[in-house]
Design a protein around this ligand. Structure first.
Ligand code: HAM
Length: 427
């Protein structure tokens, strides 16, 4: 084969797209239910937008961006994440002019030049929500609740919420100095990456998965023990609200996210099924970012979920989802096509997914095709059926056939839809 999709990218074929559509539908539904409006930002933005918001010293900006110079000598970058562009768009379009909160969601491809492996791609999709204008802990709790609602709608239960507070511009620098001092003593134990991080981002060492780094940080101080009174009260209130909503999180004092803009609450949703790339999504509060990007002081909080990782964990549950029956409409001859199309319309109205014979094959060949493609039912329309005002419904699982009067077809098929759903749910 001469050409292949670039490393870390892949084609999504029709069968898999059905799963994507299902997920996309749930994303729109949950966003709408929580009052989020969709925003579509460009797939590339000025490099500066990402460098300034995500942070120059982060892995994303220093190693993973797809940056290029266009013919007008501008430095542009394929978006590695959504928050930076959404903040840029929020300011550019004066979305802060009216009363808050302003609630925006986005869905689309992101690009990071990382080593590809299962669940990690160079082009991947994210669904994200950003809530601007509220510094209240209720906003943090609601973003977490929305995510859990979506995971519930997708049938994903083996997901743990990990939560932490990373402080603010008052308390974090003090803590960082302390942490750096402690880690300096263990410098020789740290991995190469973390030795570099000692200067630029010592907090990230706490999150390193390397055994030696873990050992070096066992007794290191953690941020939650060094929060200022305001951050401490904020964190306590987020946890209190979650608690009262019946949401159980796991406090992880080592959780530091890989992006620089977070303040106070930081959280991640971790799947117990995914192996190495186990973070299904993550987010947190970023109270300084809007100002840092040249706007007024606007507190904000958000989350983003990795679509491919959601789909990987949905593999099991998706099969159990209520599924509409797939119906094939077989026609005995081309004369029957109009009747076939009519029957197909009725079946679609009743909630089935329907395909009509388009190949001019014999009835026998059509039945063979329907069996091979895994249709649940075949609706047969023939000359004799037409004269009698009926269609024949064949259950492809049991081989049983019944005659349905055309006048009652829609309601009869509605019962079939219900039965099939129950059957698929049980099986
Ligand atoms: P993030 O943790 O960098 O946060 O990414 C969020 C999610 O995107 C990850 O948990 C993961 O599921 C998915 N993801 C990241 N990189 C890859 C990859 N290479 N392949 C597949 N999936 C990936 C953010 O991007 C922040 N903007 C989240 C946020 C929104 N914070 C506040 N608002």
């Amino acid at each position: 084969m001469k050409y292949r999709a670039p490393r870390g990218t892949r084609d999504i074929l029709p069968e898999e797209c059905r799963k994507w559509h299902f997920l996309e539908e749930k994303i729109r539904e949950v966003s709408w239910k929580y009052g989020y409006g969709e925003i579509r930002v460009p797939i590339f933005d000025s490099t500066e937008v990402f460098a300034r918001s995500v942070g120059e010293d982060t892995d994303i900006v220093s190693k993973e961006m797809y940056t290029f110079t266009d013919r007008g000598e501008r430095s542009l970058t394929l978006r590695p994440e959504g928050t930076a562009s959404v903040v840029r768009a929020y300011l550019e379009n004066n979305l802060n002019a009216g009363p808050g909160p302003v609630k925006l969601y986005y869905y689309g491809p992101m690009f990071r030049y990382d080593r590809p492996q299962a669940g990690r791609y160079r082009q991947f999709y994210q669904y994200g929500v950003e809530c601007f204008g509220s510094g209240h802990p209720a906003a943090d709790a609601e973003v977490i609740k929305l995510t859990l609602d979506l995971l519930g709608m997708l049938g994903l239960e083996d997901v743990t919420l990990q939560i932490n507070s990373v402080g603010c511009s008052e308390c974090r620098p003090v803590y960082r100095r302390k942490l750096k001092e402690v880690l300096e003593h263990n410098r020789e134990k740290l991995c190469r990456d973390c030795t570099g991080r000692l200067e630029s981002s010592p907090m990230r060492i706490m999150d390193c998965k390397e055994e030696h780094c873990r050992e070096a940080t066992v007794n290191a101080p953690v941020m939650v023990d060094h929060l200022c009174p305001e951050c401490s009260a904020h964190y306590a209130e987020v946890k209190e609200i979650l608690n009262r909503l019946g949401i159980v999180g796991e406090e992880n004092p080592r959780l530091v996210r890989g992006l620089d803009y977070y303040t106070r609450t930081a959280f991640e949703f971790v799947s117990t099924e995914l192996g190495a790339q186990d973070s299904i999504g993550g987010g947190g509060r970023y109270d300084n970012l809007v100002e840092h990007m040249g706007g007024p002081t606007v507190p904000a909080v958000g989350v983003a979920l990795g679509i491919e990782r959601l789909l990987l964990s949905m593999d099991k549950t998706f099969l159990q989802q209520k599924k509409a029956p797939a119906v094939f409409v077989a026609v005995s001859s081309d004369d029957q096509l109009p009747t076939g199309f009519q029957a197909a319309d009725i079946a679609r109205k009743a909630g089935c997914t329907v395909e009509v014979e388009l190949m001019g094959r014999s009835l026998k060949a059509q039945m063979k095709y329907a069996g091979k493609k895994g249709f649940d039912y075949v609706l047969i329309t023939g000359q004799e059926e037409e004269t009698r005002g009926i269609v024949t419904l064949r259950d492809m699982n049991t081989g049983q056939q019944e005659e349905l009067p055309v006048s009652r077809l829609e309601s009869d098929l509605q019962s079939v839809v219900k039965q099939t759903r129950n059957r698929k749910e049980e099986g």
